[in-house]
Design a protein around this ligand. Structure first.
Ligand code: ADP
Ligand code: MG
Length: 360
C-alpha cells in the first residue's frame, strides 16, 4: 500500500481562530477578572464591585462607575482587535492604559455569555447589549440584537455567565469553585493595594459580607491593614518614591512597602510587584530581593514585599501576551541592583533605629 500523502493545508475559520485565542487568554475566572478590572481602571472608575457565583465559573459580574461606553461603540465592543486605546504601533512606547489589544472582551464572549449595561455621563439613559462569539446577539427573550435602552447608573456593568460552557473539557478541569474564588480574591486584593483611590468590593453573589471592601480615597497602607493584617501594616517599612540610579540609564522610580527584618508575617511571605501599574512577575527581581532578606530573616522565612516600579515605557516591552505576566526590560541587572540597594537602605535604617531604641 502507498504511504499516505500529506493532508492539504487549509485556513482555519475565523471562529475557530477566535475560539483558540480566547482559550489562551482566558484560562480561568481570575484571568477574566484581571482583564475586566483593568478595563474599569482604564475607564477612570473610582468604584469597582465584583460579584461571583461559584468562584466565577457560574457568573462574574463587575460594576464600575467609569466613563462608560458610547452606544455607537457597542457593535464593535466584543470584536477581536477592537480597542479605543491604541492607534499605531509606536503608541506602545507611551502607553498609559492597561489595555491596547482589544482582545479581552472578545475572548470572554467566546467562552461565556456576555451582557453589558453601560451609560456615559452625557447619555440620558443606559444601553443593554448581549454578546456571543464577538458579536451582538438578541437577549434570551428578544428577537433583535440591537442594544436596548435601559435604566442604568453612569458606568458599566459587565456580566459573563457560564464560563467555558462551550469547552466541556476545560470546564470539567475545575475541581473547586472555592479555589477559583481564592485566586480571584488574590488578584482583586493586589489591585486594591495598588489602587487605593478606588473603592473596591468583591464578594460571592447572594452574600452580604464582602471579602474585599475598601473605602474610596484610601491609602495603600490602610488597605494592607484591612486586607492583610493591621500588625503586618504596622511593621512595614516605607519605601518612599525613589529615583533609581544611574537615572539617565534606568529612567525608573520605585516605591512601596516591605516587611522589616523581624516581622511576624515574614513566615507567610507576600509578593506584589507592579511595573507601570501592571501586576507582573519577575523571577529575577524576586530572587534578588529574597536573597537580600536572607541576611536579615531567620532561615525559611520570606519577606512581604509590595513594590511599584515605574519604568519609561520606551525601555520595557509591554507587547507581551496578555497572560504572560513575566516582564523583561532594558538594563535588567543594573535595575535590580539599584532596587535591591533601595530596599537594603530601608532595612538597615530600620536596624539602626531598633538598636537605638534598645539602648535608650
Ligand atoms: P482593550 O482594553 O485592550 O482596549 P478590551 O477587549 O478589554 O480591549 O476592551 C475593548 C474596549 O471596550 C476598550 O478599548 C474600551 O473602549 C471598552 N471598554 C471595555 N470595558 C470598559 C469599561 N468597563 N468601561 C468603559 N469602556 C470599556
Ligand atoms: Mg482591556
Amino acid at each position: 500500500r502507498e504511504p499516505e500523502g500529506p493532508k492539504p493545508i487549509r485556513k482555519l475559520s475565523k471562529d475557530v481562530i477566535n475560539q483558540i485565542a480566547a482559550a489562551e487568554i482566558i484560562h480561568r475566572p481570575a484571568n477574566a477578572i484581571k482583564e475586566l478590572l483593568e478595563n474599569s481602571l482604564d475607564a477612570k472608575s473610582t468604584s469597582i464591585k465584583i460579584n461571583l457565583k461559584d468562584g466565577g465559573l457560574k457568573s462574574i459580574q463587575i460594576i464600575d462607575n467609569g466613563h462608560g461606553i458610547s452606544k455607537n461603540d457597542l457593535p464593535l465592543l466584543c470584536e477581536r482587535y477592537s480597542t479605543s486605546k491604541l492607534n499605531k504601533f509606536e503608541d506602545l512606547n507611551s502607553l498609559k492604559t492597561y489595555g491596547f489589544r482589544g482582545e479581552a472582551l472578545a475572548s470572554i464572549s467566546y467562552v461565556s455569555h456576555v451582557e453589558v449595561v453601560t451609560k456615559t455621563k452625557k447619555d440620558g439613559c443606559g444601553w443593554r447589549a448581549h454578546y456571543q462569539d464577538g458579536v451582538l446577539i438578541p437577549s434570551k427573550s428578544g428577537t433583535s440584537a440591537e442594544p436596548k435602552p435601559s435604566a442604568a447608573n453612569d458606568g458599566t456593568v459587565i456580566t459573563a455567565e457560564d464560563l467555558f460552557f462551550n469547552m466541556p473539557l476545560r470546564k470539567r478541569a475545575f475541581k473547586s469553585p472555592s479555589e477559583e474564588y481564592t485566586r480571584v480574591l488574590d488578584v482583586v486584593t493586589k489591585y486594591a493595594i495598588h489602587n487605593p483611590h478606588v473603592a473596591w468590593v468583591c464578594k460571592k453573589a447572594g452574600t452580604s459580607l464582602p471579602d474585599v471592601s475598601t473605602p474610596v480615597d484610601s491609602t495603600t497602607k490602610a488597605n494592607i491593614a484591612s486586607l492583610y493584617s493591621p500588625s503586618l501594616a504596622n511593621e512595614l517599612l516605607d519605601i518612599p518614591l525613589t529615583t533609581l540610579q544611574p537615572e539617565s540609564k534606568l529612567s525608573a522610580q520605585c516605591k512601596g512597602w516591605v516587611s522589616n527584618a523581624n516581622s511576624n508575617w515574614a513566615r507567610k511571605g507576600g509578593w506584589l510587584l507592579f511595573i507601570n501599574n501592571r501586576l507582573v512577575d519577575s523571577t529575577k527581581i524576586k530572587k534578588a530581593i529574597d536573597s537580600l532578606y536572607t541576611a536579615y530573616l531567620p532561615k525559611g522565612a520570606s519577606p512581604w514585599v509590595y513594590l511599584s516600579l515605574d519604568i519609561d515605557p520606551a525601555k520595557i516591552d509591554v507587547n507581551v501576551h496578555p497572560t504572560k505576566s513575566e516582564v523583561h526590560f532594558l538594563n535588567e541587572d543594573e535595575m535590580i541592583d539599584a532596587l535591591v540597594g533601595v530596599i537594603q537602605t530601608a532595612l538597615s535604617g530600620a536596624n539602626v533605629s531598633r538598636s537605638f531604641s534598645v539602648q535608650t
